[in-house]
Design a protein around this ligand. Structure first.
Ligand SMILES: [Zn+2]
Ligand SMILES: [Zn+2]
Length: 185
């Protein structure tokens, strides 16, 4: 099964499968895919995966596997991190046109179910994008026990203990600070 055109690498024409009886299937493979992930997510590795597409009595059911990685920053110590993702896809697509007659089908009944295009193409891009967005960690960590940055001096606490002067803030500076606050009030 060949992949779609370069600008729509996750678009697959499945007119042939739609014309077959329920139970028929196609196995799709894709690799080297880059898509716009949105939400400030940066892809660190091309998307690769596979999908098993089965003809059901009303459309196509996709189960698939996708692997990629995101480039992000550790939420505690700010070093660059690479976040590998392995995702499962499960989705049903309904046709837009009757494969036999070519007549448009009622698309209003199930607005949340993705549709094949008028050319019986299945576009997995939205499905893959949403799966990646869902799986992206809210606070990525360079390692689970990252110690983060010192709140006093900003040093990376993963590098080991570090010392501060015994009195980190000269008490005379506090007096000055209060003086300024009063003067501005
Ligand atoms: Zn970290
Ligand atoms: Zn410190």
């Amino acid at each position: 099964m060949t992949v779609g055109p370069d600008d729509r690498p996750l678009l697959f024409n499945l007119a042939g499968l739609l014309a077959e009886a329920p139970g028929a299937f196609r196995d799709l493979r894709f690799e080297g895919v880059t898509i716009d992930l949105g939400e400030d997510l940066v892809q660190a590795k091309p998307i690769a995966g596979s999908a098993h597409v089965a003809r059901t009595n009303r459309g196509l059911f996709v189960t698939g596997h996708v692997g990629t990685a995101l480039a992000d920053t550790c939420g505690r110590c700010l070093v660059p991190v690479r976040v590998p993702l392995e995702l499962e896809l499960h989705e049903e697509f309904l046709p837009s046109l009757d494969i036999g007659t070519g007549q448009p089908l009622d698309r209003s009944s199930e607005p949340d179910v993705p549709r094949l295009s008028d050319h019986h193409e299945m576009d997995l891009e939205t499905l893959v994008r949403e799966a990646i967005q869902l799986a992206a960690p809210i606070v990525p960590l360079c390692r689970p026990d990252c110690e983060g940055l010192c709140p006093l001096c900003g040093a990376d606490r993963n590098l080991g203990p570090h010392a501060h002067p015994d009195v980190p803030i000269d008490p005379r500076l506090d007096v000055l600070r209060e003086f300024h606050a009063d003067a501005e009030a």
